[in-house]
Design a protein around this ligand. Structure first.
Ligand SMILES: [Zn+2]
Length: 492
């Protein structure tokens, strides 16, 4: 029986503001869309947290046996500096400042983003579509919204008509905002804007002559509005209705609100069934911001090359630290908190390694099957990773205190414990044994040195030394193999 049949997974749906039982539309297939980065600069640590949170969601769904199609986009056009449909395209601006092609900017920061996500051991999405790769589909959707009478064209731009949409739909239902309040909070745009209402948003924008990212359309040369790409790419790959849409909390309004409106206007359907939002990251108690200098880049975190930290932290330790908070809770980064997480992580990995050497037998109070149930209960409760970690540490205490020759549980329980620890620590939480990786890398270096020394000894016809190196390595279980590509080694 697949695990999803014996686990009732509850998700907190931002739309209903309550936990709901997860019932996929076409189970065991699950469609999940997550708003990806705008690739105009190094990925922000706060964004990393969002993507790592949804990596946990993806990993747990997969662990339960669901077949997840995970789509996460790359925004490479249309995201303007100013959210109110004004200002330069973020990527175009960077390209202008650095005298590069926009696609050079996109390529550089997409690769950087992938590298950071790989270091955090995040599983790549099944599809990673780009806005510029879906201009045709976006133009099609603009046409559909115009045909539905919920958008209007002015001077080469097309705007979504929010007040008109709100006559038949509830604009603001995701973020809990009322259109009247939104209206009163905006400035009177009389004469300053083409928009009929300040709440309207561009779905297609005319490109002025300085705008470098531009495409032909039925309305002239322009570019798609930022909100449009996510509606278009999510429904293209997951269907007009799909299961999960994720993103950072800051995207709830206006981005996701606009997505809902665009989906309803172009397809007549409610696109997303479960909206999930990850919370923010702060640094030393304050919001991260480039302008105040209270900011930290992922590589600064890994190397410790920053005045915010005493030292660098392995990506997997940072990941473990993030997993200690629920994805819907705010999380504060600080040197002390990371040091504490590192200690916990080391204890956990020591226990994972010790577990391999435990022998069954004897008695103890540790009840493996109850413990395992509690782990699943935690994850079934809206992916509650901090509670899962608390349970894992109950097992860590048991393992570290156990007598290795008779650990206190039966062989069947020991097998269940080993399988569950490996599943939760490595598959679900996505942690890695950094010491083992580091050890492996160092062994490679040492072996390169020895293989070199042996090659030199052979070149000097010093057969005694070359044989000694080979034989002594063989004694400790390392086999050298001479082949046409040089000498390699294998561990026995
Ligand atoms: Zn989006």
């Amino acid at each position: 029986m697949p695990l999803y049949e014996e686990n009732d997974l509850l998700l907190y749906n931002s739309l209903s503001r309550k936990k709901e039982k997860f019932e996929p539309l076409n189970g065991p297939h699950v469609g999940m869309y997550v708003c990806g980065p705008t690739v105009y600069s190094d990925v922000h640590l706060g964004n990393c947290r969002t993507f790592i949170s949804f990596d946990l969601v993806y990993r747990y769904l997969t662990h339960l046996g669901y077949k997840v199609r995970y789509v996460r986009n790359i925004t490479d056009a249309g995201h303007l500096v100013d959210d109110a449909d004004e200002g330069e395209d973020k990527i175009g601006k960077k390209a202008r400042l650095e005298a590069l092609e926009p696609m050079e900017i996109v390529q550089r920061y997409t690769l950087g983003f992938h590298d950071v996500m790989a270091r955090f051991n995040a599983v790549p999405p099944s599809i990673e579509p780009t806005a510029t790769g879906h201009i045709v589909e976006q133009i099609d959707t603009v046409k559909k919204i115009l045909d539905a009478g919920l958008a209007y064209e002015v001077n080469g731009s097309v705007y979504f008509d929010v007040p008109k949409y709100n006559e038949t739909h509830d604009y603001g239902k995701l973020s809990g905002r009322k259109i009247e309040e939104l209206m009163s909070g905006t400035r009177d745009l009389e004469g300053q804007s083409e928009k009929r209402s300040p709440l309207d948003f561009a779905i297609w924008k005319k490109a002025d002559p300085t705008h470098i990212m531009r495409w032909n359309s039925p309305w002239g040369v322009g570019f798609p509005g930022w909100h449009l790409e996510c509606s278009v790419m999510s429904t293209k790959y997951l269907g007009e209705q799909f299961d999960i849409h994720g993103g950072g909390m800051d995207l709830k309004f206006p981005h996701h609100e606009c997505e809902i409106a665009q989906n309803a206007a172009s397809t007549g359907k409610e696109g997303v069934r479960y909206w999930l939002h990850g919370n923010m990251l702060t640094l030393n108690g304050a919001r991260m911001s480039k302008s105040t200098g209270n900011t930290l880049l992922p590589y600064e975190l890994f190397t410790g090359d920053t005045d915010k930290l005493e030292k660098g932290f392995a990506p997997t330790v940072v990941r473990f630290f993030m997993m200690q908070a629920h994805y819907r809770s705010q999380l504060d980064f600080s040197n002390d908190a990371l040091l504490a997480a590192e200690k916990g992580y080391v204890r956990l990995m020591d226990a994972v390694r010790k577990l391999k050497s435990l022998q069954p037998g004897g008695t103890s109070d540790f009840k493996v099957s109850e413990w395992k149930d509690k782990c699943y209960e935690a994850m079934n409760d809206d992916f509650n990773s901090p509670i899962l970690i608390a349970h894992i540490f109950d097992a860590v205490r048991f393992i570290n205190g156990a007598d290795a020759t008779a650990c206190g549980i039966s062989s069947e329980d020991l097998e269940t414990l080993t399988q569950s620890i490996n599943a939760f620590v490595f598959d679900v939480l996505g942690l890695e044994d950094a010491a083992a990786d580091e050890g492996g890398a160092k062994l490679d270096e040492v072996m390169k040195m020895l293989i070199d020394m042996r090659a030199r000894a052979r070149a000097d016809k010093d057969w005694a030394l070359s044989d000694k190196i080979r034989d002594q390595l063989a004694e400790i279980g390392i086999q050298l193999k001479d082949g046409p590509e040089g000498t390699t080694y294998t561990l026995q």
